[in-house]
Design a protein around this ligand. Sequence first.
Ligand SMILES: *[C@@H]1O[C@H](CO)[C@@H](O)[C@H](O)[C@H]1NC(C)=O
Ligand SMILES: *[C@@H]1O[C@H](CO)[C@@H](O)[C@H](O)[C@H]1NC(C)=O
Length: 138
Amino acid sequence: MRYLAIPALLAATTQAFFTSPAPGHPTYTIGTDLVLEWEIANPPAATFVLTLRAENTTAYDYIPGPFGSQIGLYDLRDVVLEEALPLTNGTYTWKVEPSGGDGTFIGQEVIYFIRGDWEVTGTPYGSGASTDYFYLVN
Ligand SMILES: *[C@@H]1O[C@H](CO)[C@@H](O)[C@H](O)[C@H]1NC(C)=O
Ligand SMILES: *[C@@H]1O[C@H](CO)[C@@H](O)[C@H](O)[C@H]1NC(C)=O
């Protein structure tokens, strides 16, 4: 039990959460600024990897799963926005641009969110936080 308590404590002392964008599922126009803001208690000596995650919520195919079920396959287009953003910075401005390069990965079918992941050197546990999902339009 002693060993189990340690990672829980580490996770609790390095919690970060995004305060902007606000929860809900806002829509952002391509080319505008999305201002990301986060708060972190007791920031560890670590940096964020900030990743833009995008998923087409309509499956493009199905494969057989266990017990006769069907598993949907989804088009995922992740983009690393920043490799090493200081956790203490508290803000990051992203010029809104759809994933995938061709500008078509937008609209109500595609959900986006931004995820920050960090690792504290010397512990095997990474941690992180995600924004709520949002949509992009032209
Ligand atoms: C999402 O996936 C479906 C199924 O493959 C496809 O018909 C649709 O065009 C895709 N939508 C976007 C915005 O890429
Ligand atoms: C860090 O925060 C400052 C404002 O506090 C901002 O101007 C700067 O762009 C941020 N750095 C990065 C890499 O986003």
